[in-house]
Design a binder for this molecule. Structure first.
Ligand code: C2E
Ligand code: CA
Length: 705
């Protein structure tokens, strides 16, 4: 037998079925399906015939027997293929078969048995249990063995020429047989396929699916499923595959056989139709239909995750004028560019959709703070107010944005969209080129934030920021070794403001990055002076809020250059990072810490012991100092105070080579206990409140003297 067409195990399985030795695992409800698949490939002609004598179905061998393509057998009358001389007898036989419960058997001759040569056949006919049709099996009349040999021969021809791809795998999933059609579908040579794992011709997703079905196959479940293959040229081949498991007589799983039809084309057009139904052609964005789906899903997710969803309704201002003045083609180009700009303002996980015309929506999901919605809305307003250059034409529009929140403003998707739309109209009425929250409180708060953000911008330009320094002393000697830089804002009308009064605004408006940069450079200049006037190894520490920490990645190079310019060793600056930063994704933090270390800066873990961090963090992160939260100092003297905790932190920190700074030290008793606990440094009102650089220098020289 040739290498490429040996006998699939299906024949073996068929023999089992014929001899009544069905494997136990072949459950009753699947039996019918298996029969169907097996008969499709059986080496005998198999037909389902309506009571009017017309053929409803034929298997591969049957179609070949008639010389008619399998897809075209429907509608032919079976008797037309019976030799004229036998037709009357056949009619009587057919009549009696459909009226009888038992199968009828008859030998007769057909006109074009197999490849056109008429010959005697045995016809076995039985009425279908449904009472709708009759099944007919056509076999050559030769003796049993000869018949089997001939049918093998025929079978080989059939699978060789079949219109369907056929493959067989063994129990381990290696290909044991494929027909030429299958090789052609995959665009490979037969020998490239044989003895290869079938999953080699699938992608990751297809592989996972196919392997998951393995279990079902081994339990005797045949099925029809869509399988995706990757052709040898890398293209996708989508197929509909009817897979039938194969068992030996003892019921052991031997592998599976499948009949495969190419559905790549219909799949591609189905995908195109799906895409057309869900996406906007001009911008490629989800359309209204898809938007509704996503909004529903995100609202559902917010219910489970206790987060909220913000819906932004964006309407372009003056778009109609652009369209009228410059034509629709330019208008379309503007919409596409607007979509790109808005997309750049949101995360990949947010949904930007085009509802139609010049209306867009954005779904911001999984939110925890309103501040970030503000920032994104402002960014969208800003980006759309920049001029558009469109193939030599220049156009200007702006955007009116309305914001509604779920669950605060609405319960259902339509209602939320309506609220956002209403808020958008408020923006239009308010003069366009702005955003509005649906809820009045939120709107007022947003206005306040916008006002502060505007003032903060001016504050940098007008140098309204100041830094106060708080001394950090060595507990052992009492000398001032370091100072912490603490920011103040000398507000033109509200007086001197503490960080708590403006840092949150600076964070939500993004101004924190610029302010942080100013603090860093100011502190660097100061420590340079103090290394000359106080001590050569004097250090100044600067604070970084978690938000700032996540966003100021781009500034490192500038800082390094600045330190070089000042000829200042990088370890003169200590960056204080609150332990709460650890809560927002420790891996990102590790990367950032590594960047600081690369610059040569030192790092202090601030507010240690206030909640988030555990002792284990000290080991995990590359840091130089631990600053123990002032809240711990408050309870130091009471009954069962925190002294033991200090001792434990100190022991652990020292073992890891870190120094410990105790914060919030207000009296001599605390100072003494902390010294006993082994703390290295202390900071607190007892040694000095945050003070001007000048005052700190005086204090430092006095204690040192
Ligand atoms: P922090 O890092 O915990 O700073 C120490 C705060 O504790 C300071 O408040 C300081 O005045 C106060 N403090 C010092 N000694 C004692 C004491 O003995 N007892 C008590 N009860 N409090 C003491 P301040 O200056 O209001 O700063 C508040 C927070 O603002 C700082 O907390 C820091 O996280 C943040 N901050 C300050 N400057 C900056 C900055 O430049 N950038 C950023 N992102 N945050 C800053
Ligand atoms: Ca601090």
């Amino acid at each position: 037998m040739d290498k490429d067409v040996h006998m699939p195990a299906a024949l073996l399985a068929r023999q089992q079925l014929d001899s009544g030795l069905k494997p136990d695992r072949l459950r009753h409800e699947q039996e019918q399906a298996h029969f169907n698949e097996l008969y499709l490939l059986a080496p005998v002609g198999y037909f389902v015939i309506g009571f009017d004598g017309r053929i409803l179905q034929a298997n591969v061998a049957g179609a070949r027997l008639l010389g008619v393509p399998r897809a075209a057998v429907g509608g032919h009358r079976f008797r037309d293929f019976v030799r004229r001389a036998w037709r009357e007898e056949f009619d009587g036989f057919f009549e009696s078969a459909i009226n009888s419960r038992a199968p009828r058997r008859k030998q007769l001759e057909m006109t074009c048995a197999d490849h056109g040569v008429p010959g005697p056949v045995v016809v076995l006919a039985s009425a279908d249990g449904s009472g709708q049709a009759c099944r007919i099996v056509v076999e050559p009349v030769d003796g049993k063995l000869a018949a089997l040999e001939r049918s093998e021969e025929r079978f080989r021809r059939i699978v060789h020429c079949a219109d369907e791809g056929i493959w067989e795998i063994d129990a381990l999933g290696f290909i044991t047989f494929v027909n030429p059609k299958m090789a052609a579908l995959l665009g490979c040579e037969l020998e490239d396929l044989l003895e290869q794992p079938l999953v080699r011709f699938m992608d990751e997703e297809g592989r996972t699916r196919f392997e998951a079905h393995d279990v079902r196959r081994q339990h005797g479940r045949g099925e029809r499923a869509e399988l995706k293959f990757i052709r040898c040229d890398g293209a996708e081949l989508w197929t509909s595959a009817a897979t039938t498991p194969i068992f030996d007589v003892a019921g052991n799983y031997l592998g599976a056989l499948a009949l495969v039809t190419d559905i790549t084309r219909s799949k591609a057009s189905a995908e195109r139709i799906w895409h057309q139904a869900n996406f906007d052609e001009l911008t490629g964005l989800p359309n209204r239909h898809m938007f509704r789906d996503r909004l529903g899903q995100e609202m559902h997710r917010a219910d489970r995750g206790a987060t909220f969803v913000a819906l932004l309704f964006i309407d372009l201002d003056h778009f109609k004028e652009v369209n009228d003045r410059l034509g629709h083609a330019v208008g379309d180009a503007l919409l596409a560019e607007a979509a790109r700009r808005v997309k750049a303002c949101v995360r990949a996980t947010d949904t930007l959709a085009r509802l139609g015309g010049d209306e867009f929506t954005v779904i911001l999901a999984g939110l925890e703070r309103v501040g970030s919605v503000d920032r994104i809305a402002q960014a969208i307003v800003d980006t759309l107010s920049r001029p558009f250059e469109l193939g030599g034409e220049r156009a200007e529009v702006s955007a009116s944005v309305g914001i509604a929140l779920y669950p605060a403003d609405a319960r259902a998707p339509d209602e939320l969209l309506q609220r956002a739309d209403q808020a958008m109209y408020a923006s239009k009425n308010g003069g366009r080129n702005r955003y509005n929250f649906f809820t009045r409180d939120l709107q007022e708060a947003a206005l306040a934030r916008q006002a502060v953000a505007g003032e903060l911008r001016a504050a940098i330009e007008e140098q309204q920021f100041e830094i106060l320094y708080q001394p950090i002393i060595s507990l052992r000697t009492g000398a001032v070794h370091k100072a912490e830089a603490l920011l103040r804002w000398r507000h033109p009308t509200r007086g001197l403001l503490a960080p708590a009064q403006f840092i949150p605004f600076a964070e939500s408006s993004g101004m924190i990055v610029e302010i942080g940069d100013w603090v860093f450079r100011e502190a660097a200049r100061q420590v340079q002076r103090w290394q000359r006037s106080i001590a050569a190894d004097f250090q100044v520490s600067v604070n970084k809020s978690p938000v700032q920490f996540r966003r100021d990645a781009g500034q490192y190079q500038g800082w390094l250059d600045y330190l070089r310019e000042l000829a200042l060793p990088p370890q003169s600056i200590v960056v204080e990072i609150s332990e709460s930063a650890l809560a927002g994704g420790a891996d990102a933090l590790l990367g950032r810490l590594a960047q600081y270390r690369m610059l040569g800066l030192q790092v202090a873990l601030d507010h240690f012991g206030s909640g988030y961090a555990s002792m284990a963090y000290l080991k995990r992160y590359d840091i130089d100092f631990v600053k123990i939260d002032p809240s711990l100092a408050q309870t130091l003297e009471g009954e069962g105070g925190e002294l033991a905790l200090y001792e434990a932190i100190v022991a652990m920190a020292h073992k890891l080579g870190l120094k410990v700074v105790a914060e919030g030290v207000e009296n001599a008793a605390q100072r003494r206990l902390l010294l006993e606990a082994g703390c290295d440094y202390a900071q607190g009102y007892m040694f000095g409140h945050p003070m001007t650089a000048h005052d700190l220098e005086t204090l430092a020289t006095r204690i040192l003297a």
